[in-house]
Design a protein around this ligand. Structure first.
Ligand SMILES: O=c1[nH]c(=O)c2[nH]c(=O)[nH]c2[nH]1
Length: 313
């Protein structure tokens, strides 16, 4: 047992709940509401796993305190953008502790929407809609530990649980057929999915990342997801989930040069027309009007899409 080696380790605090309010002089207020996960790694922590030696362990309680400390002391504009906040927390940790070689910070948020009254935005009241969850993860690593002079950053952002449904313009036909096939061609069907979308930023330094407009990319990823799903005619010709996924990702890469690749996981939440022929009613294929949603099992279509090698800088 004692000869076993620790292949990898990371420890810290998960689900740190922090709410930051920004109060402007004219009464306009903003809110950010986060769950933060902060994890540290470094060889010096190995003995805490293998030898019960905690001397180098920065308590997870102190890591939690740091998140609140930075939420107060960083510029408000940084704290209000999840990507910027995550990258700053991770850099702070690797800069402050020589024995921390890498820090991974994940910030998750269910955004509060500002209330609107007769088209007028309320200055300080918000509404939580049951919409998608936004998250980001910054991993800051020292390239020449213990010095923090050279840092690389891997920044990934995304959203999940964006539920969508369309009642036509989806199909699944001409698929492989053999003795195990029972599904008929579906030239027109309901399509419903719970979108998970994530993208990686091309830039690998904190300075280069500062140029990216993270909120615009997030809004654009969501807009392209919805627009491809509902409106892109390319997704109607051979309108499988696979085709729809590729078009969504291709549009994001086309719009945002800062994005290196895009990953989607799209469950195909089946809505099957209910067979009413025993009651003398036509409800299949072109006659379908009454459906039975099937929670389990669902299809599950995933892909990571990037630019062709020559198009990457
Ligand atoms: O869009 C789809 N892709 C599939 O791979 C598949 N398989 C299936 O049974 N239905 C569907 N729909």
């Amino acid at each position: 047992m004692e000869s076993s080696i620790v292949k990898s380790q990371a420890y810290g605090k998960d689900r740190v709940r922090v709410v930051r309010v920004v109060r402007h002089a004219d009464g306009w207020q903003e809110i950010a509401d986060y769950w933060v996960c902060c994890l540290l790694s470094g060889d010096k922590f190995e003995s805490s796993f293998t030898k019960g030696d905690n001397r180098m362990v920065v308590a997870t309680d102190s890591q939690k305190n740091t998140v609140y400390y930075l939420a107060k002391t960083l510029p408000a504009a940084t704290v209000m953008v999840p990507e910027a906040f995550a990258a700053e927390i991770a850099s702070f940790m690797v800069n402050k502790y020589a024995h921390v070689t890498s820090c991974q910070v994940k910030v998750t948020t269910k955004p509060w929407e500002r209330m609107q009254f007769v088209g007028k935005a309320h200055p300080h009241s918000f509404l939580r809609e049951g919409k998608e969850t936004r998250w980001t993860e910054a991993v800051v690593t020292k390239t020449a530990p213990p010095s923090a002079s050279a840092l690389t950053v891997k920044l990934t952002s995304g959203f999940y649980d964006l539920e969508v449904l369309k009642t036509t313009n989806s199909s699944f036909t001409n698929f492989w057929r053999d003795e195990l096939t029972t599904l008929p061609d579906m030239p027109d069907r309901l399509l419903s999915t719970k979108v998970l979308c994530q993208w990686q930023y091309l830039a690998k330094t904190l300075d280069a990342l500062k140029a990216a407009d993270f909120n615009a990319v997030y809004a654009g990823a969501k807009r392209n997801t919805l627009d491809a799903f509902a409106n892109d005619p390319r997704a109607w010709v051979n309108a499988s989930v696979q085709t729809t996924l590729y078009i969504m990702a291709d549009r994001i890469l086309g719009e945002f040069a800062a994005v290196d690749d895009v990953y989607y996981a799209l469950p195909n939440i089946h809505y099957f027309p209910f067979d009413l022929t025993p009651f003398g009613l036509k409800n299949l294929q072109a006659d379908a009007e009454v459906y039975m949603p099937i929670a389990d099992p669902s299809g599950y279509i995933t892909a990571t899409v990037s630019r062709p090698p020559k198009a990457r800088l």
